[in-house]
Design a protein around this ligand. Structure first.
Ligand code: AMP
Ligand code: TRP
Length: 323
């Protein structure tokens, strides 16, 4: 049986990129024979200096979305990172197995340090991510494409620790979604779709109404041609729409191009909007029907499971280190 680990930051509302890049895959893996940990990584979100007033609500809402999306709770543990102190503890230990140059080379570090100012949290962010994954000895990590480099670094850190102090960590693999591993903003297709996007019209949120969704697709940025063709360099906007359509409908880019070969951009945008609205709507209605009280109680039980697994690994690590 494989152990799966993945994380999501509670920095705002869950969006379509989260679903198509990661959560869809989590749902699929949770319905297999794996043991799964899905973690709301609040410690990571501190790198953006979030408002403490919003924290509890964002965490609860994120957990509810995961459950509403269909994660199988029979073999999944959903919990909050900061409540399991071993994550931060292991992170310190692993920082001694990671080169500063490797951290500075991370694309996300370069992007975020120009955006947020380069504090050490942004630099060491991937070490905390490695500790999340390794604390439960995960084999598989389903994440979007933007996390590929971080996962490579995790593998290096695990190998260095194993070589020096004894083989304890599996070397984890990245599990990618079928397509749509990196969704872009509908308004600025050169940037990825994100929770904290400056232009909210570029992001589809899990609680957007059909009206909102159709409006956002209507105003999505494309190009001056009228040809529905996948070309990331020359047609980033249209390619993003093709990615979204093909991911939700589970068909190839070529099939999308064929299906819409005689359509105008306006028609295609509305078709993609329809498909997205039909995808989002059931998740939102499930979300709406969940009881906060029951979810909070479930999180309590899940936390105990996560704590016990993390404690066990930490004891092994400390013993190998002689501390
Ligand atoms: P975050 O919202 O940054 O905590 O991301 C949670 C998960 O969603 C990670 O696995 C990311 O790789 C994935 N993700 C975030 N944004 C996107 C996007 N625009 N396209 C695809 N996957 C994404
Ligand atoms: N860095 C990830 C993101 O921004 C979130 C994350 C933190 C994560 N720890 C993780 C993802 C461990 C997978 C595994 O999306």
């Amino acid at each position: 049986m494989k152990t799966v680990f993945s994380g999501i930051q509670p920095t705002g509302k869950v969006h379509l990129g989260n679903f198509l890049g990661a959560i869809n895959n989590w749902v699929e893996m949770s319905n297999g024979k794996n043991k799964n940990y899905f973690c709301v990584v609040d410690l990571h979100s501190l790198t953006t200096h979030p408002d403490p007033k919003d924290m509890d609500e964002n965490i609860l809402s994120t957990v509810k979305v995961l459950i509403a999306a269909g994660i199988n709770l029979d073999n999944s543990t959903i919990y909050v990172q900061s409540k399991v102190s071993e994550h931060a503890q292991l992170s310190w230990i692993l920082s001694n197995f990671c080169q500063i140059g490797d951290l500075q080379r991370m694309t996300q570090f370069k992007e975020k340090s120009s955006e947020l100012g380069s504090h050490a949290g942004i630099l060491t962010y991937p070490i905390l991510m490695a500790s999340d994954i390794l604390i439960h000895k995960a084999h598989e990590v389903p994440v979007g494409d933007d996390q590929t480099q971080h996962l490579e670094l995790t593998r290096n850190i695990a190998e260095r620790f194993n070589n020096k102090y004894g083989v304890i960590f599996p070397i984890p693999d990245k599990t990618s979604g079928k397509v749509g591993a990196r969704l872009m903003s509908l308004r600025h297709p050169e940037n990825k779709m994100s929770k904290s996007a400056d232009d909210i019209n570029g992001t589809i949120y899990f609680d957007d109404s059909k009206d909102d969704i159709m409006k956002k697709f209507k105003s999505s940025v494309t190009d001056s041609e009228d040809e529905i063709r996948y070309d990331l360099d020359k047609k980033a906007g249209i390619s993003n729409l093709i990615d979204i359509y093909s991911s939700i409908q589970d068909i190839s880019h070529k099939e999308v191009e064929k299906k819409f070969s005689s359509s105008k951009y306006g028609e295609f945008k509305m078709e993609v909007g329809e498909v997205v609205a039909n995808y989002i709507h059931p998740i939102f209605s499930n979300y709406d029907s969940l009881s906060d009280k029951e979810i909070l109680s479930l999180m309590k039980t899940n936390l105990e499971i996560a704590k016990s697994s993390a404690k066990k690994t930490m004891e092994e690590v400390n013993s190998l280190l002689g501390i």
